[in-house]
Write a protein that binds this ligand. Structure first.
Ligand SMILES: CC/C=C\CC(=O)SCCNC(=O)CCNC(=O)[C@H](O)C(C)(C)COP(=O)(O)OP(=O)(O)OC[C@H]1O[C@@H](n2cnc3c(N)ncnc32)[C@H](O)[C@@H]1OP(=O)(O)O
Length: 731
């Protein structure tokens, strides 16, 4: 709803829909009714629209998208009504003016804001476009170029930046009373002509350059938002602002939003939006323990052990989260010095770019406390171990931590696959131990996969979850198993793509198909970037690599299971990827490290096929997608079945934020839901029937089988409940 009052000739319409004043049908109706009152009241000479509570307005109510066009006034009707008001309207912005909220502001005749306010048209991130005149009004205020930048990427901007380019007319200090300031501002413009204040009537300044600007953004969008439809539709709509009169441009905008709203990509992105919020409410399956009934312990002092790539990133994440005491322990002198230098340089960079102030930078540097022995960690609240991935080294460290740390200290390991329970058992209090699996570089990557050991106490889990949220991470709680959720699922992707190389595909073909699907890089380029030796080291642990096999051992089999040694050959011939002189699955040439196909790799694959009498066959894009992605989805169902993840959203967040799975498909589980579970199962069963135990990753998940058998293609939100009911009724 919207509240209405009048103060000294100024009518105040305040949006009131906690927590973020989304423009639900009630709020839109409230604005319209209040506007009518203000227009009819002869004592009112100007109008202020503001938001109650913490924010101005975050835009359309996403939960009402299905009925957005049905109830009067919808948003695009409302903005035109506002702009045509004969009385001047001032938008008073604090907090956020996002999406439809900014579009309402653009329809007002003046916009004032607190310096702390943030503005954005982020609709593209929901797979739609600003459908309430945003694509037509913004170019008339700030030009085509800036509008494309704002709308096609949906990023937020400070009120000051918005003022610099002409969106905001007056900025007030962040501690000012926004309503009071806006009312005074409104009084100052009473009686002024509105002729140049109706944005839809203004010309687009750089309209003549539209084709050139459009080309520039098409290129950027093509690279940055691979496979996403909405950014291109946004660009098209903005182009129409330059080429058509406002009314015609609005028709095009409307066609754009009608095409996008309800599309699979938009559904996926909205699902992601809610998943990122839902995941804060963690739960331990089957126990009744959850974020609502468990409190974290207070964490003031944190320690990080190990200053390698992971440790450095974790320290930076802690500093950014405002932790005022971060002990860092690295016994290797060179690694310690390099690590500290790296951290300080990054902080310098943040300060130089204005991401943090000089004062903040100084206090972050002051918070760093290098320590040289375990004794010095005795009053630390949380220790995060980030040393080399070796069980014996980690056990050594945890045994020492168990002796010196206070009993309430939370002891976390940043392992990416090792058994958290085994590590915990060397301490006197295994319930204090938890996994905190960061992703490299930890100060950049948004994902934190927290691992609950079988003994981890609820309070310890709550502390790790809370710390992740303080660091601004998408923090997902998972159970303890080899590789946890992400690495466990992703392994099948690499295994199966390598099988396709054996059978007839080439790395460039596989990567092209995966990039078309939406991955920023294909499986083989990723291998080259992160280093093909990482997987090799892992396979070495299980004695699987080519070199470890005795003479005469079958080349394509390990422990009775199908195996492809091509990745081993690559590493054993020194092709680790970017870092080995630009040689990996591909060759990276020149200053820009241009990716090129390398005949040496092609020959290696060809001769391997000949040696093993494999007759290559044509593998099409559909097969590549199914075989690369469906085993991973199958594993996702096994993870749900085992209670390693509590719901599909958690799995999707992990794959999207940690493994660059394209966000606009909603993650593997949502993608499966869009494709339809019966089809997914059919393909999995076909492979399983052909390969059997030689390819165990194709063994269908029992949960998937049960869901399809009992419910066909149930809604993703009901999967875990239906599974629980089925299992319970079978007992
Ligand atoms: C014709 C179509 C025309 C226009 C289309 C649009 O306007 S589409 C909407 C465009 N706006 C957005 O995409 C903004 C989405 N919201 C955000 O990005 C963040 O909420 C924001 C504004 C940065 C604030 O972040 P903060 O961390 O402060 O809050 P949080 O995200 O936790 O949100 C609090 C609760 O509000 C719910 N919510 C937020 N935005 C909306 C929305 N637009 N519609 C409905 N609900 C919204 C959010 O889910 C949180 O709910 P909770 O139950 O507490 O988890």
């Amino acid at each position: 709803m919207a509240n209405y009052s009048v103060r000294n000739q100024v009518a105040i319409i305040s949006l009131c829909s906690p927590p973020v004043n989304a423009l639900s049908s009630d709020v839109r109706r409230g604005i319209l009714d209040s506007l009518k009152k203000a227009e009819q009241d002869v004592k009112v000479a100007a109008i202020v629209i503001c938001g109650e509570g913490r924010t101005f307005c975050v835009g359309a109510d996403i939960t009402e998208f299905k009925s957005e066009f049905k109830t009067f006034p919808n948003l695009f009707e409302l903005v035109d009504i506002l702009e045509s008001s004969p009385k001047p309207i001032v938008a008073a912005i604090h907090g956020h003016a996002f999406g439809g909220g900014l579009e309402v502001a653009l329809a007002c005749h003046y916009r004032v804001a607190l310096s702390s306010a943030k503005l954005a048209l982020p609709e593209v991130k929901l797979g739609i476009l600003p459908g309430a005149g945003g694509t037509q009004r913004l170019p008339r205020l700030i030009g085509i170029d800036s509008s494309m930048q704002w709308i096609a990427f949906g990023d937020e901007y400070s009120a000051q930046i918005a003022a610099n380019i002409g969106i905001i007319d007056r900025i007030f200090p962040s501690n000012a009373d926004i309503l009071e300031s806006a009312v005074q501002y409104a009084q100052s413009i009473i009686g002024k002509s509105l002729i140049n204040r109706r944005v839809s009537k203004l010309p687009v300044k750089d309209a003549s350059k539209v084709s050139h600007i459009m080309e520039k953004y098409k290129q950027i969008v093509g690279k940055k938002s691979r496979g996403a439809i909405a950014p291109m539709v946004c660009l098209e709509a903005i182009k129409h602002a330059a080429l058509l009169p406002y009314v015609e441009g609005m028709k095009k905008e409307r066609m754009g939003i009608e095409a996008l709203m309800g599309s699979d990509q938009s559904k996926s992105l909205i699902y992601m939006f809610f998943a990122e919020r839902q995941v804060r409410n963690w739960t331990i399956p089957g126990t009744g323990i959850n974020s609502k009934n468990t409190k974290p312990i207070k964490v003031e002092k944190v320690a990080v052990i190990g200053l390698g790539t992971m440790g450095r990133g974790i320290v930076l994440s802690l500093l950014k989260a405002g932790i005022k005491h971060v002990s860092v322990m690295e016994l290797n002198k060179t690694a310690r010095e390099n690590g500290l230098l790296f951290i300080k340089n990054i902080l310098e960079g943040y300060a130089a770019r204005g991401t943090i102030s000089e004062t903040q930078k100084r206090s972050m540097v002051d918070a760093l406390k290098p320590v040289s022995n375990f004794e010095m960690l005795k009053d630390t609240d949380l220790v995060i171990e980030a040393v080399f991935e070796s069980m014996s080294i980690k056990k050594d460290i945890f045994a020492k931590l168990g002796q010196v740390c206070k009993p309430s200290a939370v002891l976390a390991t940043n392992t990416s696959a090792l058994d958290v329970d085994e590590i915990a058992m060397v301490t006197p209090k295994p319930k204090q131990v938890v996994g905190m699996h960061f992703f490299a570089p930890a100060h950049v990557m948004k994902l934190l996969e927290n691992v609950r050991g079988s003994k981890s106490s609820p309070q310890v889990i709550a502390t790790a979850m809370n710390m992740g949220q303080r660091m601004g991470k998408v923090t997902v709680l998972v159970g303890n198993c080899h590789g946890f959720v992400g690495n466990r699922m992703f392994r099948h992707y690499t295994v199966e793509t390598d099988f396709m190389l054996e059978e007839g595909a080439y790395p460039e073909q596989v990567d092209t198909v995966l990039k078309k699907f939406g991955f920023a890089m294909g499986r083989y380029q990723v291998g080259d970037l992160s280093g093909n030796d990482i997987g090799y080291r892992m396979r070495t642990k299980f004695e699987m690599t080519n070199k470890q096999q005795p003479p005469g051992a079958p080349e394509r089999e390990r422990h009775g299971v199908r195996y492809c040694p091509l990745a081993d050959f690559l590493v054993e011939s020194g092709r680790l990827g970017y870092k080995s002189d630009g040689k990996g699955w591909f060759r990276y040439l020149g200053k820009n490290r241009e990716l090129t196909v390398d005949n040496e790799v092609t020959s290696m694959i060809d001769s391997y096929r000949r040696r093993n009498k494999i007759v290559p066959r044509k593998i099409n894009g559909e097969e590549i997608i199914e075989r690369a992605l469906y085993p991973l989805i199958n594993e996702g169902f096994k993870i749900l079945e085992e209670g390693i993840a509590s719901n599909p959203m958690e799995i999707d967040l992990i794959l999207v934020h940690g493994y660059a799975w394209p966000r606009h498909t909603g993650g593997p589980m949502f993608y499966a839901h869009l494709i339809g579970l019966p089809k997914i199962l059919r393909v999995i069963e076909r492979h399983w029937n052909n390969a059997g135990l030689r390819e165990p990753h194709w063994e269908p998940s029992k949960m998937l089988v049960r869901l399809v058998k009992n419910h066909g293609n149930p809604d993703i939100m009901s999967w875990t409940t239906l599974e629980r009911e089925t299992v319970r009724s079978a007992l």
